[in-house]
Write a protein that binds this ligand. Structure first.
Ligand code: HAM
Length: 430
């Protein structure tokens, strides 16, 4: 009996072929845009202390309450597969004393994250995010710059999006608004969904996010945080919006914008795509001026975003770069086949010469591939054509035939040790 086949766990997937090259395109664009704007790449560990997310993301969030993959390691420590990147980046900022560097410190990442969510199109249990965080400045220009950078990235990747933006103000105005909202929700409890009712105490803001009809009707006239901001927060938000207009970025102010993480203060925003159905959030973020202090660092403002790579690929049209076509395909046939059922391979001089050409071509800066599947010569030429190779070198011990695959198949014969030189010259003369 054969062994049962195994599958990737639900909500996870393999990245193969065209998907892999499209991801490489997304990464290349992100690097060009973000590093061009002074962001440095950061990698943080896949596993972090569970406490980092409990403290950073917030005990009342869905992420911490029910979506974390948490384990106890051999030493009895509680560790969690990172569900998001902002808390780890802030942890690293504190751990490495980055407040001593010129501020703001700008960092970007492209990594995989883990959330135990109901898996469906656009929502996975392991997914990738590209993210950018600017730490150490509360200038509204940081907010606007950060939003513009994500807008540029999405536009270059062919994702058409709408930008919604709002402000959550300071913890004090949020607390005052929270109480107002709780009173309002209690007054209208009879019309609310069970889920919203159950969360009036813990997370009343989520009521704005509900798609329950009765709740939506109640929320139409609910008190809005944006109307309760203090003067400073209001001025900050007005300036962020003015700078976005300055940059010709279209946005809508949406006072009901709710984010699923607790650390936000002031600016919050989301880019949504109407092409994505239920999982319409392509990327989002905001300001988190209290987070670094909450993680034991000096009071330091922060602003950033993350966008889901799978959602970018679902909604966008990133050009598939495709595997690089070889400049030269090194073909060879050796009449001495491997001994039937025997061990090892004959050390044929032709194969050795072919291997030499492969190495020489690569060190001369050419892209090269060699026959590795013992095909017939016809099969090798077919394979080279499939790969879109420019030249095929059919290697002999002394002489080699060089076939120009894109020049009507013209052939010339030359000494084997001059092949690479000839290909280089031909390509240069093009
Ligand atoms: P988030 O909104 O939770 O924010 O996630 C950002 C993006 O990650 C979403 O817009 C979505 O595209 C993608 N995403 C989230 N969950 C999933 C999933 N289960 N499957 C596929 N894609 C998903 C954050 O994570 C914050 N750390 C963003 C941030 C950075 N705020 C400030 N700085």
């Amino acid at each position: 009996m054969s062994a049962p086949k195994l599958k990737a766990p639900r909500g996870t997937f393999d990245v193969l072929g065209e998907q892999a090259t499209m991801r490489a395109t997304v990464e290349a664009k992100a690097r060009a845009i973000l590093e061009g704007a002074g962001y440095e790449r950061i990698e943080t560990p896949t596993l972090e202390a569970t406490e980092l997310f409990a403290r950073g993301v917030g005990e009342s969030t869905d992420i911490v309450q029910k979506e974390m993959y948490t384990l106890t390691d051999g030493g009895g420590r509680s560790l969690t597969l990172r569900p998001e990147g902002t808390a780890p980046v802030c942890r690293a900022y504190v751990e490495h004393g980055m407040h001593k560097r010129p501020q703001p410190v700008k960092l970007w990442y492209l990594s995989s994250f883990f959330r135990y969510e109901r898996a469906q199109a656009g929502r996975y249990r392991q997914f990738w995010q590209v993210g950018a965080e600017a730490l150490g400045s509360e200038d509204p220009a940081v907010d606007a710059e950060s939003i513009v950078l994500l807008g540029t990235l999405l536009a270059e990747l062919g994702v058409s999006v709408r930008l919604r933006i709002s402000s959550l103000g300071s913890p004090d105005s949020r607390m005052a608004h929270r109480e107002l909202l709780q009173t309002y929700l209690r007054e209208h409890e009879a019309s609310l969904s069970e889920e919203v009712k159950a969360r009036i105490e813990l997370n009343p803001l989520r009521a704005f996010d509900s798609d329950h009809e009765g709740t939506r009707a109640v929320m139409q006239s609910a008190p809005r945080l944006l109307d309760q901001l203090d003067e400073e927060d209001k001025a900050h938000f007005v300036e962020v919006c003015a700078l976005l207009r300055e940059a010709d970025v279209a946005y809508e102010v949406d006072p009901s914008l709710v984010r699923g993480l607790d650390y936000y203060t002031r600016t919050v925003f989301e880019f949504t795509s109407d092409d994505l159905g239920a999982q319409s959030g392509v990327g989002g973020g905001g300001r988190y001026d209290g987070l670094i202090a909450q993680l034991g660092g000096p009071p330091t403002p922060g602003m950033g975003w993350a966008a889901g790579i799978e959602r970018i690929l679902l909604a966008g049209t990133p050009p598939a770069a495709g595997a690089a076509a070889p400049d030269v395909y090194v073909a060879w046939t050796d009449l001495k086949k491997p001994p039937q059922g025997g061990q090892g391979w004959p050390r044929g001089a032709v194969r050795t010469a072919a291997f030499g050409i492969l190495r020489e071509a690569r060190s001369a800066g050419l892209t090269a591939q060699m026959e590795l599947a013992n095909r017939s010569l016809k099969g090798q030429l077919g394979q080279a054509a499939k790969m879109n190779a420019r030249y095929v070198a059919i290697v002999g011990e002394q002489e080699t035939v060089l076939k120009n695959m894109q020049g009507g198949g013209a052939q010339e014969t030359m000494a084997t040790d001059t092949v690479v030189h000839t290909v280089l010259r031909r390509l240069r003369d093009l």
